[in-house]
Design a binder for this molecule. Structure first.
Ligand code: ADP
Ligand code: MG
Length: 486
């Protein structure tokens, strides 16, 4: 085993032989003396040029574990004017790319002549193209925009010798998969590749490994741990009847009004509706972020949230990955996560770094109780928090809000967004759209009765009636299997 190299008390100084003085100075300047466990396991290997697949819990310091080797790659390459780009770091979201780029600026601050560029969607392509044409050494990018540039003459990536995929399982997920394959295929084969994440999923693992050399190193510092989340995290769940979900959220926001809170929703539309309702009708101090906002608004919101001491951020899973936001007190999962991995990433936005604490609560409808067992199978253990017996009656406020046609439309769209997010879930026996009482769901968005929404079960329209019955039967079978097991 690699016991010695995993000593969490190893100093950055021990990398002196492998790491240039300006980098060492930058690390010291950032205030870091000792490496975290994943850093001391990864850095010596990565600095030797090995391919690496690294998994370590959220907030364990993975960013430096790849940024230091990236910078040292540039130092070793001794680039000249015609070298072009040498290293590419890919992130699944623009916000994470911005954050990584910011940390990178700290590390190259004493290097003088190392250049870098941020290449993300939603920002000026021409400006990015100009920067790339100058041959910046390090590019931090989101996959779609990077691939756009790879199809232009301006971007010279023939000498790229280091590729990093941060939150690798997310990048390889549906949507980015094709871009990623094309990107990886176009890059020089004799490069170093490093993959980082807190979670790897089976479905993406094969794909991920196809990007690596055969003799890659697998480093996993969360492997022998008895739980999948960090020690400083206090996590529990609460059960609430469908129609009172907004009442619950209202109370949660009141209880945490002097704290910094992230509230996760399953769709953009739901974020929008709840944001508008709680700011306009409840005077709540809330920010919101989702993928349908302009990049300018997204960046401004994130900046505000980073700097705030007490505020709630309503968000989609856009904000679930990688973000290192100071002092988040509560993670509220108002809508359940799509799977156990997404649960881990959402709660990973709090209790980050060494010796920190944070709170998380997952809201479930009573029909969704089975999710707790599912989480247990993934070594995620939640306490049951007692339900509150008193709620503020939100009904008058909701009725008033529904008089406004604009807000009413938002509620209807949010309702649909909520249903659509449930339809695509794998755990049909827990999140069962077909058996749901749609009127109660409607009420949970302030609506009197359910708007017309065509329920999909993941099949083409032509076959829907038959497939729908099949889906009902499948849900029943899973149910009875469960009963047989227990
Ligand atoms: P991860 O990517 O594993 O989720 P990050 O790289 O975002 O984690 O780091 C989490 C936090 O820990 C950041 O605020 C970072 O500045 C801090 N950190 C990183 N390395 C160290 C270290 N060696 N000592 C103390 N804090 C560190
Ligand atoms: Mg990270």
């Amino acid at each position: 085993m690699e016991g010695q190299e995993r000593d969490p008390k190893l100093k950055f100084k021990s990398l002196k032989e492998k790491c240039s003085p300006p980098s060492m100075k930058a690390i010291k300047n950032m205030g870091f003396k000792y490496m975290t466990e994943i850093q001391s396991a990864v850095l010596p290997r990565a600095l030797d040029g090995d391919d690496i697949v690294a998994t370590a819990k959220t907030g364990s310091g993975k960013t430096l574990a790849f940024l230091i080797p990236v910078v040292e790659t540039v130092v070793k390459s001794e680039p000249n004017e015609s070298t072009g780009t040498l290293c590419i770091i890919i992130s699944p979201t623009r916000e994470l790319a911005i954050q990584t780029y910011t940390v990178l600026q700290d590390i190259i601050s004493f290097h003088g002549c190392i250049t870098s560029s941020l290449v993300i969607g939603g920002e000026n392509k021409k400006k990015q193209s100009m920067e790339l044409s100058k041959g910046v050494h390090i590019v931090v990018a989101t996959p779609g925009r990077l691939f756009d540039h790879m199809r232009t003459k301006e971007f010279d990536y023939r000498n790229v010798n280091c590729l990093v995929l941060d939150e690798a399982d997310k990048i390889f997920q549906y949507g980015f998969e094709e871009d990623l394959k094309q990107i990886v295929n176009r890059l020089p084969k004799n490069r170093q590749t490093m993959l980082f994440s807190a979670t790897l999923s089976e479905r993406t693992e094969a794909l991920i490994k196809s990007a690596m050399k055969d003799d890659f190193r697998e480093i996993n510092t969360s492997e022998d741990n008895i739980k999948a989340t960090v020690d400083g995290l206090k996590q529990g769940y609460m059960v609430c009847e469908t129609e009172y979900r907004m009442w619950w959220l209202h109370k949660m926001l009141k209880k945490t009004q002097n704290q910094k809170v992230m509230v996760f929703f399953s769709s953009c539309k739901s974020v929008v509706f709840h944001y508008e309702f709680f700011t306009r009708h409840c005077n709540a101090s809330v920010l919101c972020i989702h993928g349908k906002m302009s990049q300018i608004d997204r960046s401004a919101t994130m900046r505000n949230f980073y700097n705030a001491e007490k505020i709630a951020l309503f968000c989609t899973d856009l904000a679930a990955r990688g973000l290192d936001i100071p002092a988040v007190d509560w993670i509220v999962q108002f809508d359940p996560p799509s799977d156990t991995n997404e649960y881990i990433h959402r709660v990973g936005r709090t209790a980050r770094g060494l010796g920190t604490v944070g709170n998380a609560v997952l809201l479930l409808r009573s029909e969704e109780n089975g999710f707790i067992d599912h989480l247990k199978e993934a070594k995620i253990y939640l306490d049951k928090y007692e339900s509150w017996d008193k709620y503020h009656n939100l009904q008058p406020k909701l009725e008033a809000a529904m008089q406004d046609p604009e807000l009413r439309k938002m509620a209807e769209e949010a309702f649909e967004g909520y249903i659509r997010a449930l339809e695509v879930r794998k755990l049909k026996h827990i999140f069962n759209v077909i058996s749901m009482d749609m009127n109660k769901v409607a009420k949970s968005f302030g609506l009197e009765k359910a708007p017309e929404v065509d329920i999909h079960t993941g099949f083409s329209k032509k076959h829907r009636p038959r497939k729908r019955i099949a889906a009902i039967l499948a849900a029943k079978t899973e149910d009875s299997n469960k009963r047989i097991k227990s």
